[in-house]
Design a protein around this ligand. Structure first.
Ligand code: DGJ
Length: 731
């Protein structure tokens, strides 16, 4: 049993891997949080509840007039707005009386085998015998709001999933002004907040700073999880590193506007609340209707950030990614974007495909520019029919020729967008997302489609299905190149227009669900101007995501390192591109470009026909390396060794196979130094096993490699890198 209920004390304890999580039903039915951390074995935990209060300025619940108990200071499970707790709330419901003061009282609970699913939303899944679900029913007596707090425990993982389902069981509509997915109160604020910020071509940079007495928000209002912030934060003990210390990860399975708020109060406690961003959100719930929040995935680690990441990697790889590709080795692809941009035709693509086949590359991906009249980014989004001036005879003959060379064929779409200069816009200007009465702002010369509309979803399903069934297409890159603005669906009445952002995301998920079910053999790759929507929810539909439009290997070290905090290497799409790099102008060696891309779902993004004979030999070598190492990289345990955010000269990571018989170490020198002393201590190996370092022929035991390390001191050039394969040798 992973979920226990102590009936006498009314305490719930959830045991997940090496962690425990506990809360209880309080004196008047409030749900009070008790504990989250390393595994414990008691349920007599009521003594952990805060006994502090701040005097008469902390109100007491009306039932008791008990000055010893205030929601203002109590640790709570799902704090509500406006009834005595002044910290960040998880739930605010505006009832018929116009007030957003909300009350929740415990009614009942159920514990069952299996993991709950969420209607219309992606969520972690598990077999019946792998997980348990706790469903606690809370009620607001005035509005009739029933709130089901859902908890999922997969006992093999130190992870707890949470979500809330709100039902209007009253007689009148009410408005949900805020409905978080999870909240956690900690009895200490002695934490650093770690989160990922960034920009286009510079995603998921690591930020770490101590909590202070304030409210801090990591959030997006862009309609997408965004380049700027990722729906992830961790509270880590001040001494936590990669291998030791406590880390509490909070990751939201959602691709739209989100907020992860932390608040620290005068009593030095910390609260974390995460879910849909309450700004620009309000949802009217009529009697009998349900509202479901996205899922929050909480991970506890007492092995620092590294332990936290490895739990997310395994959980997301096996219980969030779906479909036949999720655990398969992905094909090595060549994408023509940086090779040709919009300037291509069948001849050019076939020339690349021919060279790709000779070099052992397995798939050609035709990127933006194959449809409508699209010769630059000013037109044709929405017109998903082939531009026969570029591809004479259409898609089918091209795909057949590519297949005849022994390559799979992949294609690019940007389904959620519409160009003002398109047949689709001329036929359906009303499908453009725009607040009635306003002009839509334009981004990359394009508008956004109102994905909340069923007719838009149906159009996209039909037109994309037509393309995918018209030729042997093995892969789809699903791009999204601007953020939402004027997001108010004309289809909704004015008082419901703040539902648009969330309805957009639900519409997107519904379309993705239909397409991925209809085309189960197709490998979907998520993309948003690189990694502008690199979030767990998109992994539910596409097991890999284009990580960044910055393909510079040195920049990629930081981007991929930051991404690895939450996301498994198998999801991190990474390509070798040309030099000077198109984004930075930097020149790095072909080897380093390959070594860095080898840490993810590997491919090329350059004009193969322009490579020298020597470079072609290097491609062949990399292809062979990928075949040898991909199982290790995709399924192995990932260890970050030297952070490029902390060391400007070095960066290192490694993958270790599950049975610890093999490892692949990557060491990169972004910026060299004279007399470069560099010892690298490894991690994750079996201390007693002996390993052959294939680069030196030296055999060393795991304990030596992890404690004394490798001696990599020598002269390096800027951007040089080393790939070291270690293989167990039996005595
Ligand atoms: C942005 C993507 O990230 C690129 O890889 C490429 O597909 C372009 N869009 C095409 O417009």
């Amino acid at each position: 049993m992973s979920i226990l209920f102590d009936t006498e004390r009314k305490v719930f304890r959830l045991d997940a891997g090496s962690s425990s999580y506990a809360f209880c039903v309080g004196p008047w039915g409030q749900l009070l949080h008790l504990y989250y951390g390393a595994r414990i074995s008691d349920t007599d935990l009521g003594y952990l509840q805060s006994a502090l209060n701040t005097g008469s300025f902390s109100p007491n619940p009306p039932e008791g007039d008990d000055s010893a108990f205030s929601l203002d200071t109590a640790f709570q499970e799902y704090p509500v707005n406006g009834t005595g707790d002044y910290r960040v709330a998880a739930l605010a419901i505006r009832g018929e009386n116009g007030s957003s003061a909300t009350t929740l009282r415990y009614r009942s609970h159920t514990i069952r085998r299996g993991k709950y699913a969420l209607d219309g939303l992606p969520a972690v899944y598990a077999a019946e015998d792998e997980a348990e679900t706790l469903d606690v029913l809370m009620e607001d007596p005035l509005t009739g709001a029933e709130v089901h707090l859902l908890y999922g425990v997969l006992d093999r993982y130190s992870a707890i999933t949470r979500a809330a389902v709100i039902r209007n069981s009253g007689q009148s509509p009410f408005v949900i002004e805020k409905a978080a997915s999870a909240a956690v109160d900690f009895p200490t604020m002695d934490f650093d907040l770690v989160h990922l910020y960034g920009q286009w071509a510079g995603e998921r940079q690591i930020c770490r700073a101590p909590l202070t007495h304030d409210i801090r928000t990591v959030a997006s209002k862009r309609g997408a999880s965004s380049h700027a912030h990722n729906p992830f934060a961790a509270l880590v003990s001040r001494n936590a590193g990669e291998t030791s210390g406590e880390a509490y990860g909070a990751s939201l399975v959602y691709s739209g506007n989100f907020a992860i708020e932390t608040e620290c109060d005068s009593l030095e406690t910390a609260r974390l609340v995460m879910g849909i961003n309450p700004i620009d959100f309000a949802w009217t719930l009529n009697p009998g209707e349900l509202f479901t929040t996205p899922e929050a995935v909480l991970v506890y680690s007492d092995e620092g950030l590294g332990g936290m990441s490895r739990t997310y990697h395994k959980l997301y790889r096996s219980h969030l990614c779906r479909g036949e590709w999720k655990e398969k080795i992905r094909p090595i692809l060549v994408n023509n974007w940086e090779a040709t941009y919009f300037d291509f035709n069948e001849e050019k693509l076939l020339a690349i495909a021919k060279d790709a086949a000779d070099l052992g590359i397995e798939m050609l991906v035709m990127d933006d520019g194959w449809f409508g009249k699209r010769n630059d980014d000013r037109s044709s989004l929405g017109d998903w029919f082939v531009n026969e001036e570029k591809l004479k005879g259409g898609l089918k003959p091209l795909v057949e020729k590519v297949n005849a060379l022994g390559l799979k064929f992949g294609i690019w779409f940007e389904p959620e967008m519409i160009s003002p200069d398109s047949n689709l816009y001329r036929a359906h200007p009303e499908w453009t997302l725009c607040a009635p009465g306003r002009e839509p702002s334009i981004g990359r010369h394009q508008y956004v489609l109102d994905m909340s509309r069923k007719d838009v979803q149906d159009y996209l399903f039909d037109v994309i299905s037509g393309v995918l069934s018209g030729a042997n297409i093995a892969y789809v890159k699903w791009d999204f190149n601007r953020n939402l603005s004027e997001a108010a669906s004309a289809e909704l009445p004015p008082e419901r227009r703040k539902e648009t952002f969330h309805r957009y995301v639900l519409g997107l998920y519904s379309l993705l669900e239909r397409l991925t079910s209809a085309f189960p053999h197709v490998l979907f790759e998520g993309c948003s101007g690189g990694g502008g929507r690199f979030d767990p929810a998109m992994l539910y539909y596409s097991p890999q995501i284009w990580t960044s439009d910055d393909t510079d290997a040195i920049e990629r070290c930081r981007i991929q390192y930051g991404t690895s905090l939450v996301y498994p290497p198998s999801s991190i799409s990474a390509h070798v591109s040309a030099v000077p790099n198109h984004q930075t102008g930097r020149v790095t060696s072909f080897e380093t470009r390959g070594n860095v891309a080898m840490a993810g779902a590997f491919g090329y993004e350059l004009d193969l026909t322009k490579l020298t004979a020597e470079e072609k030999e290097l491609v062949k070598k990399q292809v062979a390396q990928y075949h040898a190492y991909a199982p290790l990289v995709q399924d192995g345990d990932f260890y970050r060794l030297i952070s490029p955010f902390e060391d400007e000269n070095r960066c290192a990571w490694m993958s270790v196979s599950a049975d610890k018989s093999e490892a692949l170490v990557t060491f990169v020198v972004p910026r060299t130094r004279v007399n470069f002393n560099s010892y690298l201590r490894l991690a994750g190996l079996d201390p007693r096993k002996k390993y052959l370092d294939e680069s030196t022929g030296r055999v060393l035991s795991g304990d030596t490699l992890m404690n004394a390390g490798l001696n990599l001191s020598r002269s390096y050039r800027d951007g040089e890198s080393v790939l070291i394969h270690l293989k167990e040798v039996k005595a």
